[in-house]
Structure formats: C-alpha cells, structure tokens
Design a protein around this ligand. Sequence first.
Ligand code: 4NP
Length: 156
Amino acid sequence: MRILFVCLGNICRSPTVEGVARELARREAPHLQLHFDSAGTADYHVGDPPDTRSIRAALARGYDLSSLRARQLQRDDFNRFDLLLAMDEENLSNMLRIAPASHVHRARLFLDYAPGTGMASVPDPYYGDAAGFERVIDLAEHGVRGLLRDIAVAQR
Ligand code: 4NP
C-alpha cells in the first residue's frame, strides 16, 4: 500500500508526517509493507530539504527528516498512491481540483485518522514559533498511529 502526505510547501507538515510514519511503521508494523512519500500543492520549495525548525524538532523526538526533499503534487500521484492525505481543508480542495474523477475517493484529511484530537487540520507552523513545530509532531504521531491501526484492521 502506498500513502502520500500532502501540505502546501512540503517542507514542514507533510515531511514531518512522512518521517513519523516511516519510523512508526518500521518499529510497530513492518508486516504491513507500507510505502510513504510526501508532496506540496505549491512549488515554492521544490528540491529543498525540510525547514530546519522541522528537522530539529523531529530529530529531538527520534525522527530523521534530513534526507527528504520537497516536490510538488502531480495529477499522476492519484494513480501512484492508494491514499493521499491532506494536512488541511485548503490543500484537500486544491488536491481535488487536479484529481482524476475516478480517483477522487483516494484523497482525504490526514486527521480523519485522529478523531480523538478534535482537530480537522494540522495548523501550518511556518510563520509561528517552536511550539507550532512540536504540535505538528504530536498530531503526526496521533494520525499515523490511527492510520496504522485502520490499515491493520482492514488487512486482517
Ligand atoms: P508546509 O508549511 O505547508 O507545512 O510545508 C509551509 C511552508 C512554506 C510556506 C507555507 C507553508 N511558504 O509560504 O513558503
């Protein structure tokens, strides 16, 4: 199963979620054989590593994002991935605008997998302080754990 995480710039939220997903799946669910990637709906940061604030915050929590590089979401990603999970409503609606009609159902909100958080979107930390980057990791862990549980149940 192939899963793509999507935010705006692909340098803060979606690479953080990708790094958390790779690590938690490796540790807790290697048998599920999941493949993860991330992309941005915008092209501002194509080719860039994650924001240094994201790299630093994630590393302190055990997730290494340093080898990731930003890329822009493409229409073909709807053919290449089984699930495309948006960090917020605005990115979801931009994703749906380029989705082939037959694959619209593959796109949804990442935090649908973390109903206990009471949040629909992962707040964009880019213009904020360090606490925002910590919150992205908290929400990433909640969402990824919910996602892994959901997939494990579906594959049972
Ligand atoms: P991200 O955060 O979507 O979580 O990667 C942002 C990164 C860059 C910008 C906005 C949000 N920007 O405007 O450059």
